[in-house]
Design a protein around this ligand. Structure first.
Ligand code: CTP
Length: 422
């Protein structure tokens, strides 16, 4: 998501630099827009370096000059249409007056008029200016139009006076931004282990058995959980994806390696999500030399691989265990059976033959089967699950949605099992 940060000219302008960093922690792209007077307090270069983007300082280029830092004469419209939120911090008394009066005499005030996204103002000024009826009336006008105001703090002000007018803390402003953008931090304190992608089982030194998993569902889960504040360990088979920011990736190739990586880290995790498409069988013997073509039929003998999910369930404790079931038929029956047989708390099932639900798609169509919350805690021996009747299982059938949205719905179910409202 993209946020425009308007900086107007007050001594608190330097604090906006910290706000850029804080918003970036939420993985927001920040486009800084400065008024002329803001540039008296802090250089645009500071914001350009922090945000990694050019800073918009002017509405128009000087006469006779090529546009200095605008791509076109209607850049304010392009910015207005590309952002999800506008936050102005600090907002001076003059800026508030211009916004309230609908004056569009620079880029920031024009952007305010041109955008339909939520707007936050965080005022900062001298206490007398803050308390002045003109300022308060302007704020009332803005509030009545739906502008969100992050009230200034009280305290010692740069002018030497004490009172209200100090720019609200960066945390309070960031909190309002998150609230309006629907960014949640409800996984703080949780450690998630997510498995993703396929596993590969060698047939000989040049050939292997694998499957069509792209890893996209598992990576979307890791991304969504990290954004919601979890520490995330991503145990990944070979895929063509970059790990999401802030996620610790452990790369594995075979089922045996994935088994080892998961069991070694299970103890430190509170939630384990097995989105990987794990090979159920591997060649019983992988010759060290390449198999040669022979005239007759060849037979490959396969042996079962360890069932990672079932092994984790043996010592699950209060951990929430989520499995996936990619099916081609009898989806609901198979999912309910896996919930029982594997000792999982949630099974996310999909019919991979459906359009928009298969491997490598950007979307998924899933049903989430959740064990009744009362039966979740304690060790569960596979095959002896307390969820023995159909009424103990909650079934949610979701429409086609992006894998990222599916990931968030699965995480919502995890929280519901924890007994936390979502
Ligand atoms: N799984 C696992 N270890 C395996 C095989 C599967 O941990 N050796 C996990 C998968 O990551 C998935 C869940 O078990 O979360 C269900 O996988 P799936 O292949 O659908 O189930 P299987 O038990 O292998 O049953 P089948 O292939 O017969 O449908």
């Amino acid at each position: 998501m993209r946020v425009a940060l308007g900086v107007s000219g007050g001594i608190a302008a330097y604090k906006a630099a910290e706000l850029v960093r804080r918003l970036q922690l939420e993985r927001l792209e920040v486009q800084v827009v400065m008024t002329r007077s803001a540039q008296q307090f802090i250089a645009p270069l500071t914001f350009a370096a922090l945000s990694g983007r050019k800073v918009i300082t002017e509405m128009f280029a000087e006469p006779g000059q090529a546009p200095a830092n605008i791509d076109s004469a209607i850049e304010h419209i392009a910015v207005a249409q590309s952002i999800d939120l506008l936050v102005i911090a600090p907002a001076t008394a003059n800026t508030l007056a211009r916004l309230a009066g609908g004056i569009a005499d620079d880029f920031l005030s024009t952007l305010y008029l041109a955008t339909k996204v939520p707007v936050i103002v965080a005022p900062a000024m001298n206490v007398n200016m803050w308390e002045h009826p003109a300022t308060q009336a302007n704020l009332e006008t803005l509030r009545a139009r739906g502008v969100h105001v992050v009230e200034p703090d009280e305290g010692y002000l740069a002018c030497g006076m004490t009172g209200a007018g100090r720019l609200a803390g960066v945390e309070s402003i960031a909190k309002k931004v998150c609230e309006l953008l629907g960014i949640r931090h409800d996984f703080e304190g949780e450690t998630l282990l997510v498995t993703a992608g396929p596993t590969c089982e060698d047939v000989d030194p040049v050939r292997f058995l694998t499957n069509r998993s792209s890893g996209k569902m598992g990576y979307a889960l890791a991304d969504a959980a990290a954004r919601r504040g979890a520490r995330v360990i991503l145990v990944s088979g070979p895929v063509q994806l970059e790990p999401p920011p802030g996620v610790e990736r452990v790369s594995v190739r075979t089922t045996e390696e994935m088994h080892r990586a998961v069991l070694a880290r299970a103890a430190e995790c509170t939630v384990i999500i097995k989105a990987a498409a794990v090979a159920d069988y591997r060649p019983a013997a992988a010759p060290t030399r390449k198999m040669k073509r022979s005239s007759g039929r060849a037979t490959l003998e396969l042996e079962p691989t360890p069932d990672i999910l079932a092994d984790v369930a043996r010592t699950k404790g209060n951990r929430i265990l989520v499995g996936f079931a990619a099916e081609t038929d009898r989806v609901a029956e198979n999912a309910r059976e896996k919930l029982r047989a594997k000792g999982a708390d949630i099974i996310v099932a999909n019919d991979v033959t459906q359009e928009g639900a298969g491997f490598d798609a950007e979307t998924n169509i899933v049903s989430i089967f959740t064990r009744d919350a009362r039966a979740v805690s304690g060790n569960v021996a596979p095959g002896f699950s307390p969820a023995s009747s159909a009424s103990d299982i909650r079934e949610i059938n979701l429409p086609k949605m992006s894998k990222f949205d599916v990931a968030n719905r699965v995480l919502d179910e995890v929280l519901r099992l924890r007994g936390r409202a979502v």
